[in-house]
Design a protein around this ligand. Structure first.
Ligand SMILES: C[S@@+](CC[C@H](N)C(=O)[O-])C[C@H]1O[C@@H](n2cnc3c(N)ncnc32)[C@H](O)[C@@H]1O
Length: 403
Protein backbone atom coordinates (compact mmCIF):
# COMPACT_ATOMS: atom_id res chain seq x y z
CA UNK A 1 0.00 0.00 0.00
CA UNK A 2 1.29 3.48 -0.89
CA UNK A 3 2.21 5.80 1.92
CA UNK A 4 -0.90 7.57 3.15
CA UNK A 5 -0.63 11.35 2.71
CA UNK A 6 -0.58 13.34 5.94
CA UNK A 7 -2.53 16.56 5.56
CA UNK A 8 -3.18 19.63 7.66
CA UNK A 9 -6.85 20.32 8.28
CA UNK A 10 -8.74 23.50 9.09
CA UNK A 11 -8.49 24.60 12.76
CA UNK A 12 -12.28 24.28 13.03
CA UNK A 13 -12.05 20.70 11.71
CA UNK A 14 -9.43 19.90 14.36
CA UNK A 15 -11.81 21.11 17.04
CA UNK A 16 -14.73 19.19 15.57
CA UNK A 17 -12.74 15.98 15.13
CA UNK A 18 -11.67 16.23 18.78
CA UNK A 19 -15.33 16.57 19.78
CA UNK A 20 -16.21 13.36 17.89
CA UNK A 21 -17.52 14.91 14.68
CA UNK A 22 -16.74 12.50 11.83
CA UNK A 23 -16.70 14.83 8.79
CA UNK A 24 -14.24 17.10 7.01
CA UNK A 25 -16.19 19.52 4.84
CA UNK A 26 -14.96 21.46 1.79
CA UNK A 27 -12.52 24.24 2.69
CA UNK A 28 -9.09 25.54 1.67
CA UNK A 29 -7.43 22.65 3.46
CA UNK A 30 -9.58 19.69 2.37
CA UNK A 31 -9.72 20.92 -1.24
CA UNK A 32 -5.94 20.47 -1.28
CA UNK A 33 -5.97 16.81 -0.16
CA UNK A 34 -4.21 14.78 -2.91
CA UNK A 35 -7.05 13.92 -5.29
CA UNK A 36 -6.11 10.34 -5.91
CA UNK A 37 -5.57 9.38 -2.27
CA UNK A 38 -8.12 6.89 -1.01
CA UNK A 39 -7.13 7.60 2.61
CA UNK A 40 -5.78 10.74 4.22
CA UNK A 41 -4.27 11.20 7.67
CA UNK A 42 -5.46 14.41 9.34
CA UNK A 43 -2.80 16.30 11.28
CA UNK A 44 -3.56 18.42 14.31
CA UNK A 45 -2.25 21.96 14.93
CA UNK A 46 1.09 20.51 16.13
CA UNK A 47 1.37 18.33 13.01
CA UNK A 48 0.59 15.15 14.95
CA UNK A 49 -1.54 12.51 13.18
CA UNK A 50 -5.04 12.56 14.68
CA UNK A 51 -7.45 10.63 12.41
CA UNK A 52 -7.46 8.26 9.48
CA UNK A 53 -9.97 9.56 6.95
CA UNK A 54 -11.70 7.99 3.99
CA UNK A 55 -11.48 10.46 1.12
CA UNK A 56 -14.15 11.52 -1.39
CA UNK A 57 -12.81 14.40 -3.55
CA UNK A 58 -15.92 14.26 -5.79
CA UNK A 59 -18.41 14.94 -3.00
CA UNK A 60 -19.55 18.54 -3.10
CA UNK A 61 -19.50 19.19 0.64
CA UNK A 62 -18.12 16.28 2.61
CA UNK A 63 -14.59 15.66 1.43
CA UNK A 64 -13.53 13.09 4.02
CA UNK A 65 -14.96 11.06 6.89
CA UNK A 66 -13.27 9.59 9.96
CA UNK A 67 -12.50 5.92 9.69
CA UNK A 68 -10.23 5.49 12.71
CA UNK A 69 -8.58 7.39 15.52
CA UNK A 70 -6.51 4.37 16.53
CA UNK A 71 -2.76 4.31 15.84
CA UNK A 72 -0.87 3.28 13.84
CA UNK A 73 -2.92 4.58 10.93
CA UNK A 74 -1.01 2.78 8.20
CA UNK A 75 -1.93 -0.51 9.84
CA UNK A 76 -5.54 0.60 10.19
CA UNK A 77 -5.59 1.28 6.45
CA UNK A 78 -3.91 -2.05 5.63
CA UNK A 79 -6.59 -3.86 7.60
CA UNK A 80 -9.35 -1.75 6.14
CA UNK A 81 -11.29 -4.59 4.49
CA UNK A 82 -11.18 -6.78 7.59
CA UNK A 83 -12.31 -3.83 9.75
CA UNK A 84 -15.12 -3.05 7.33
CA UNK A 85 -16.37 -6.63 7.61
CA UNK A 86 -16.00 -6.61 11.40
CA UNK A 87 -17.90 -3.32 11.72
CA UNK A 88 -20.69 -4.61 9.50
CA UNK A 89 -20.91 -7.81 11.55
CA UNK A 90 -21.08 -5.80 14.76
CA UNK A 91 -23.82 -3.58 13.34
CA UNK A 92 -25.84 -6.68 12.34
CA UNK A 93 -25.38 -8.20 15.79
CA UNK A 94 -26.81 -5.07 17.37
CA UNK A 95 -30.02 -5.60 15.36
CA UNK A 96 -30.31 -9.32 16.15
CA UNK A 97 -32.99 -8.82 18.82
CA UNK A 98 -35.02 -6.63 16.48
CA UNK A 99 -34.80 -9.31 13.78
CA UNK A 100 -35.83 -12.02 16.22
CA UNK A 101 -38.83 -10.05 17.49
CA UNK A 102 -40.45 -10.19 14.01
CA UNK A 103 -42.26 -6.97 14.91
CA UNK A 104 -41.23 -5.46 11.61
CA UNK A 105 -39.59 -6.53 8.39
CA UNK A 106 -38.01 -3.12 7.80
CA UNK A 107 -35.04 -1.95 9.82
CA UNK A 108 -31.59 -0.52 9.33
CA UNK A 109 -28.85 -3.13 9.48
CA UNK A 110 -26.31 -0.35 9.65
CA UNK A 111 -26.78 3.38 10.13
CA UNK A 112 -23.69 5.14 8.84
CA UNK A 113 -21.51 7.18 11.14
CA UNK A 114 -23.23 5.97 14.33
CA UNK A 115 -22.19 2.40 13.41
CA UNK A 116 -18.67 3.59 12.57
CA UNK A 117 -19.42 3.03 8.89
CA UNK A 118 -19.38 6.61 7.62
CA UNK A 119 -21.81 7.29 4.79
CA UNK A 120 -22.88 3.64 4.56
CA UNK A 121 -26.48 2.68 5.32
CA UNK A 122 -28.00 -0.77 4.88
CA UNK A 123 -31.75 -1.02 4.96
CA UNK A 124 -33.35 -4.43 5.39
CA UNK A 125 -36.69 -4.63 3.61
CA UNK A 126 -38.15 -8.12 4.17
CA UNK A 127 -35.90 -10.43 2.12
CA UNK A 128 -34.18 -7.55 0.32
CA UNK A 129 -31.44 -5.13 1.29
CA UNK A 130 -31.03 -1.60 0.01
CA UNK A 131 -27.41 -0.51 0.39
CA UNK A 132 -27.17 3.27 0.40
CA UNK A 133 -23.90 5.07 -0.26
CA UNK A 134 -23.74 8.72 0.80
CA UNK A 135 -20.16 8.83 -0.44
CA UNK A 136 -18.74 7.44 -3.66
CA UNK A 137 -15.81 6.16 -1.59
CA UNK A 138 -17.76 2.91 -1.07
CA UNK A 139 -18.29 2.09 -4.74
CA UNK A 140 -15.14 -0.10 -5.10
CA UNK A 141 -16.24 -2.00 -1.95
CA UNK A 142 -19.68 -2.99 -3.28
CA UNK A 143 -18.92 -6.67 -3.59
CA UNK A 144 -17.20 -6.95 -0.17
CA UNK A 145 -20.20 -5.29 1.46
CA UNK A 146 -22.63 -7.51 -0.42
CA UNK A 147 -20.70 -10.70 0.46
CA UNK A 148 -20.48 -9.74 4.13
CA UNK A 149 -24.23 -9.20 4.23
CA UNK A 150 -24.97 -12.48 2.47
CA UNK A 151 -22.63 -14.43 4.76
CA UNK A 152 -24.75 -13.38 7.73
CA UNK A 153 -28.08 -13.42 5.87
CA UNK A 154 -27.77 -16.21 3.26
CA UNK A 155 -31.52 -15.88 2.51
CA UNK A 156 -30.78 -12.60 0.68
CA UNK A 157 -30.20 -13.62 -2.92
CA UNK A 158 -28.10 -11.62 -5.41
CA UNK A 159 -31.15 -10.19 -7.21
CA UNK A 160 -32.47 -8.93 -3.88
CA UNK A 161 -29.45 -6.75 -3.19
CA UNK A 162 -30.02 -3.14 -4.28
CA UNK A 163 -27.55 -0.28 -4.36
CA UNK A 164 -28.30 3.41 -4.24
CA UNK A 165 -25.98 6.38 -4.37
CA UNK A 166 -27.52 9.19 -2.33
CA UNK A 167 -26.45 12.57 -1.21
CA UNK A 168 -27.09 16.24 -0.98
CA UNK A 169 -26.41 16.99 -4.58
CA UNK A 170 -29.03 16.20 -7.20
CA UNK A 171 -26.38 14.39 -9.19
CA UNK A 172 -25.99 11.86 -6.41
CA UNK A 173 -29.72 11.28 -6.01
CA UNK A 174 -29.85 8.30 -8.29
CA UNK A 175 -32.57 5.71 -8.24
CA UNK A 176 -31.79 2.43 -6.55
CA UNK A 177 -30.11 0.21 -9.06
CA UNK A 178 -29.62 -3.48 -8.89
CA UNK A 179 -26.08 -4.72 -9.29
CA UNK A 180 -27.08 -7.05 -12.10
CA UNK A 181 -29.85 -5.31 -14.02
CA UNK A 182 -29.94 -1.52 -14.24
CA UNK A 183 -33.50 -1.21 -15.50
CA UNK A 184 -35.18 -3.56 -13.09
CA UNK A 185 -38.12 -2.49 -10.96
CA UNK A 186 -39.34 -4.31 -7.94
CA UNK A 187 -42.61 -4.23 -5.99
CA UNK A 188 -43.33 -6.29 -2.93
CA UNK A 189 -45.10 -6.13 0.44
CA UNK A 190 -43.64 -6.07 3.90
CA UNK A 191 -44.99 -6.15 7.42
CA UNK A 192 -44.52 -3.39 9.98
CA UNK A 193 -46.30 -3.90 13.32
CA UNK A 194 -48.89 -6.23 11.83
CA UNK A 195 -49.75 -4.16 8.75
CA UNK A 196 -48.72 -4.77 5.16
CA UNK A 197 -47.11 -2.02 3.08
CA UNK A 198 -46.35 -1.78 -0.61
CA UNK A 199 -42.65 -1.15 -1.22
CA UNK A 200 -41.25 -0.04 -4.54
CA UNK A 201 -37.60 -0.34 -5.40
CA UNK A 202 -36.16 0.82 -8.64
CA UNK A 203 -39.06 2.96 -9.86
CA UNK A 204 -38.62 5.92 -7.53
CA UNK A 205 -36.38 7.53 -4.97
CA UNK A 206 -39.00 6.72 -2.30
CA UNK A 207 -39.41 3.17 -1.11
CA UNK A 208 -42.87 3.79 0.39
CA UNK A 209 -42.01 3.63 4.07
CA UNK A 210 -39.87 5.79 6.35
CA UNK A 211 -38.03 3.16 8.36
CA UNK A 212 -36.35 5.78 10.54
CA UNK A 213 -39.89 6.51 11.85
CA UNK A 214 -40.65 2.86 12.72
CA UNK A 215 -39.19 2.96 16.22
CA UNK A 216 -41.10 6.21 16.84
CA UNK A 217 -44.38 4.54 15.83
CA UNK A 218 -43.49 1.80 18.30
CA UNK A 219 -42.77 4.34 21.04
CA UNK A 220 -46.28 5.76 20.55
CA UNK A 221 -48.03 2.37 20.71
CA UNK A 222 -49.87 3.04 23.96
CA UNK A 223 -51.01 6.52 22.94
CA UNK A 224 -53.60 5.37 20.39
CA UNK A 225 -56.52 3.04 21.09
CA UNK A 226 -60.25 2.50 20.35
CA UNK A 227 -61.05 5.96 21.70
CA UNK A 228 -58.69 7.72 19.33
CA UNK A 229 -59.82 9.96 16.56
CA UNK A 230 -56.67 10.53 14.52
CA UNK A 231 -55.58 13.20 12.06
CA UNK A 232 -52.39 12.30 10.16
CA UNK A 233 -50.99 15.43 8.51
CA UNK A 234 -48.34 15.06 5.75
CA UNK A 235 -49.34 11.42 5.73
CA UNK A 236 -47.15 10.22 2.81
CA UNK A 237 -48.14 6.58 2.10
CA UNK A 238 -50.03 6.37 5.39
CA UNK A 239 -47.75 4.42 7.73
CA UNK A 240 -49.03 6.37 10.75
CA UNK A 241 -52.63 6.05 9.53
CA UNK A 242 -52.49 2.27 9.13
CA UNK A 243 -50.65 1.95 12.41
CA UNK A 244 -53.44 3.93 14.14
CA UNK A 245 -56.15 1.83 12.47
CA UNK A 246 -54.36 -1.32 13.64
CA UNK A 247 -54.32 0.15 17.16
CA UNK A 248 -58.12 0.29 16.91
CA UNK A 249 -58.60 4.03 16.31
CA UNK A 250 -62.29 4.78 15.69
CA UNK A 251 -61.49 7.07 12.76
CA UNK A 252 -58.38 8.24 10.92
CA UNK A 253 -58.03 11.10 8.43
CA UNK A 254 -54.90 11.36 6.27
CA UNK A 255 -53.90 14.56 4.49
CA UNK A 256 -51.18 14.87 1.85
CA UNK A 257 -50.66 17.23 -1.04
CA UNK A 258 -49.51 14.42 -3.33
CA UNK A 259 -52.17 12.40 -5.19
CA UNK A 260 -49.47 9.79 -5.86
CA UNK A 261 -48.84 9.18 -2.17
CA UNK A 262 -52.55 9.17 -1.30
CA UNK A 263 -53.12 6.60 -4.06
CA UNK A 264 -50.25 4.57 -2.56
CA UNK A 265 -51.91 4.91 0.87
CA UNK A 266 -55.16 3.53 -0.60
CA UNK A 267 -53.20 0.58 -2.00
CA UNK A 268 -51.70 0.01 1.45
CA UNK A 269 -55.20 0.02 2.96
CA UNK A 270 -56.34 -2.52 0.38
CA UNK A 271 -53.45 -4.79 1.41
CA UNK A 272 -54.98 -5.04 4.88
CA UNK A 273 -58.54 -6.26 4.37
CA UNK A 274 -59.06 -6.91 8.11
CA UNK A 275 -59.10 -3.13 8.59
CA UNK A 276 -62.49 -1.50 8.11
CA UNK A 277 -61.55 1.12 5.53
CA UNK A 278 -64.76 3.06 6.31
CA UNK A 279 -62.92 4.27 9.38
CA UNK A 280 -60.42 6.02 7.11
CA UNK A 281 -60.65 9.17 5.01
CA UNK A 282 -58.02 10.43 2.56
CA UNK A 283 -57.71 14.11 1.66
CA UNK A 284 -55.47 15.35 -1.15
CA UNK A 285 -54.81 18.92 -0.10
CA UNK A 286 -52.26 21.28 1.43
CA UNK A 287 -52.40 20.71 5.20
CA UNK A 288 -52.99 24.34 6.15
CA UNK A 289 -55.98 24.55 3.77
CA UNK A 290 -57.34 21.23 5.01
CA UNK A 291 -57.01 22.40 8.64
CA UNK A 292 -58.81 25.68 7.90
CA UNK A 293 -61.69 23.78 6.27
CA UNK A 294 -61.90 21.25 9.11
CA UNK A 295 -62.09 24.07 11.65
CA UNK A 296 -64.83 25.81 9.63
CA UNK A 297 -66.80 22.54 9.53
CA UNK A 298 -66.34 22.01 13.28
CA UNK A 299 -64.41 18.74 12.86
CA UNK A 300 -62.28 17.65 15.81
CA UNK A 301 -59.72 14.98 16.65
CA UNK A 302 -58.01 13.85 19.84
CA UNK A 303 -54.71 12.73 18.30
CA UNK A 304 -52.87 14.67 15.61
CA UNK A 305 -49.61 13.66 13.94
CA UNK A 306 -47.76 16.33 12.00
CA UNK A 307 -44.60 15.43 10.06
CA UNK A 308 -43.92 18.15 7.49
CA UNK A 309 -40.97 18.23 5.08
CA UNK A 310 -38.07 20.30 6.46
CA UNK A 311 -38.92 23.13 4.09
CA UNK A 312 -41.53 23.78 1.44
CA UNK A 313 -42.14 26.28 -1.30
CA UNK A 314 -45.32 27.81 -2.71
CA UNK A 315 -43.45 28.50 -5.95
CA UNK A 316 -42.19 31.90 -4.75
CA UNK A 317 -41.15 31.70 -1.12
CA UNK A 318 -39.37 28.83 0.64
CA UNK A 319 -40.51 28.40 4.25
CA UNK A 320 -38.80 26.21 6.80
CA UNK A 321 -40.95 23.83 8.83
CA UNK A 322 -39.84 25.44 12.07
CA UNK A 323 -41.20 28.81 10.86
CA UNK A 324 -44.37 27.22 9.47
CA UNK A 325 -45.11 25.67 12.87
CA UNK A 326 -46.48 28.88 14.37
CA UNK A 327 -49.36 28.99 11.91
CA UNK A 328 -49.73 25.21 11.91
CA UNK A 329 -49.98 24.98 15.70
CA UNK A 330 -52.64 27.66 15.76
CA UNK A 331 -54.63 25.80 13.11
CA UNK A 332 -54.12 22.36 14.65
CA UNK A 333 -55.22 23.69 18.03
CA UNK A 334 -58.60 24.64 16.51
CA UNK A 335 -59.33 21.01 15.61
CA UNK A 336 -57.73 19.33 18.64
CA UNK A 337 -60.04 18.38 21.49
CA UNK A 338 -59.25 19.31 25.07
CA UNK A 339 -56.80 16.79 26.61
CA UNK A 340 -55.96 15.80 23.02
CA UNK A 341 -52.43 14.93 21.94
CA UNK A 342 -50.41 16.65 19.28
CA UNK A 343 -47.34 14.83 17.94
CA UNK A 344 -45.07 17.13 15.97
CA UNK A 345 -41.85 16.38 14.12
CA UNK A 346 -39.01 18.29 12.60
CA UNK A 347 -36.78 16.67 10.01
CA UNK A 348 -33.58 18.69 9.90
CA UNK A 349 -30.18 18.61 11.55
CA UNK A 350 -30.04 22.39 11.35
CA UNK A 351 -32.26 22.84 14.40
CA UNK A 352 -31.37 20.95 17.58
CA UNK A 353 -34.04 19.23 19.67
CA UNK A 354 -33.52 21.85 22.40
CA UNK A 355 -34.01 24.71 19.92
CA UNK A 356 -37.10 23.04 18.48
CA UNK A 357 -38.62 22.70 21.97
CA UNK A 358 -37.79 26.30 22.84
CA UNK A 359 -39.27 27.57 19.58
CA UNK A 360 -42.48 25.60 20.08
CA UNK A 361 -42.73 26.80 23.70
CA UNK A 362 -42.35 30.38 22.45
CA UNK A 363 -45.06 29.93 19.81
CA UNK A 364 -47.45 28.44 22.38
CA UNK A 365 -46.83 31.39 24.67
CA UNK A 366 -47.31 33.94 21.88
CA UNK A 367 -50.52 32.22 20.81
CA UNK A 368 -51.77 31.99 24.41
CA UNK A 369 -52.13 28.20 24.18
CA UNK A 370 -51.78 25.89 27.14
CA UNK A 371 -49.92 22.63 26.39
CA UNK A 372 -47.37 20.47 28.15
CA UNK A 373 -44.68 18.31 26.56
CA UNK A 374 -45.49 14.73 27.55
CA UNK A 375 -42.98 12.82 25.40
CA UNK A 376 -39.81 13.57 23.51
CA UNK A 377 -39.21 11.61 20.34
CA UNK A 378 -36.28 11.01 18.02
CA UNK A 379 -34.24 8.42 16.17
CA UNK A 380 -33.85 5.20 18.08
CA UNK A 381 -33.10 1.50 18.17
CA UNK A 382 -31.88 0.59 14.66
CA UNK A 383 -31.10 4.27 13.93
CA UNK A 384 -28.56 5.26 16.58
CA UNK A 385 -27.07 8.73 16.88
CA UNK A 386 -23.53 9.84 17.62
CA UNK A 387 -22.42 12.36 20.24
CA UNK A 388 -20.86 15.44 18.63
CA UNK A 389 -22.58 14.74 15.28
CA UNK A 390 -25.79 16.78 14.99
CA UNK A 391 -26.10 16.00 11.26
CA UNK A 392 -26.83 12.40 12.24
CA UNK A 393 -29.71 13.23 14.59
CA UNK A 394 -31.93 14.94 12.07
CA UNK A 395 -35.27 13.65 13.33
CA UNK A 396 -36.79 15.22 16.41
CA UNK A 397 -40.28 15.25 17.74
CA UNK A 398 -42.43 15.75 20.79
CA UNK A 399 -45.88 14.98 22.05
CA UNK A 400 -47.82 17.96 23.35
CA UNK A 401 -50.90 17.49 25.50
CA UNK A 402 -53.62 20.11 25.44
CA UNK A 403 -54.41 21.21 28.98
C1 LIG B 1 -41.70 13.52 5.67
S1 LIG B 1 -43.01 12.94 4.65
C2 LIG B 1 -44.05 12.27 5.90
C3 LIG B 1 -43.72 10.84 6.32
C4 LIG B 1 -44.75 10.16 7.19
N1 LIG B 1 -44.90 10.85 8.45
C5 LIG B 1 -44.41 8.71 7.47
O1 LIG B 1 -43.85 8.39 8.53
O2 LIG B 1 -44.69 7.87 6.58
C6 LIG B 1 -43.73 14.46 4.14
C7 LIG B 1 -44.98 14.39 3.25
O3 LIG B 1 -45.53 15.71 3.18
C8 LIG B 1 -46.18 15.89 1.93
N2 LIG B 1 -46.35 17.35 1.75
C9 LIG B 1 -45.41 18.29 1.47
N3 LIG B 1 -45.94 19.54 1.54
C10 LIG B 1 -47.24 19.38 1.90
C11 LIG B 1 -48.30 20.28 2.18
N4 LIG B 1 -48.12 21.60 2.13
N5 LIG B 1 -49.48 19.77 2.55
C12 LIG B 1 -49.67 18.43 2.62
N6 LIG B 1 -48.70 17.53 2.39
C13 LIG B 1 -47.50 17.99 2.04
C14 LIG B 1 -45.29 15.17 0.94
O4 LIG B 1 -46.03 14.79 -0.21
C15 LIG B 1 -44.82 13.96 1.81
O5 LIG B 1 -45.64 12.85 1.55
Amino acid sequence: MNKIPECSVHPVSIKLLRAGHPWITADNFSLRFPRHAEFVIALDDRKRPMSLLIHDPRHKNIKARVWSTKYPFDREAQHFTASLQARLDLAFEKRAALEKSHARENYYLCFGEADQLPGLFVLRLKDRVLIQFYTGFWLPYKSIIQTTIQEVYPEITDENVWFQLRGETKELQKLPQNAVDHNRKDEFHLNEFGMQYLIRLGSSYDTGIYTDMSSVRDALTNDVDENSSVLNLYSYTGAYSLWALKRGAKNVTSVDLSPKYIEWLQQNLALNPEIDSHRHESIVKACDDALAEMAAEGKTYNFIICDPPSSSSDGKVRTSAIKAYKDLIQKMDKVLEKKGKLVIFLNTHQVTAAKFEKQIADYLKELGLNYKISKKLGLGLDCPTLKGFPEGSYLKGMMLEKL
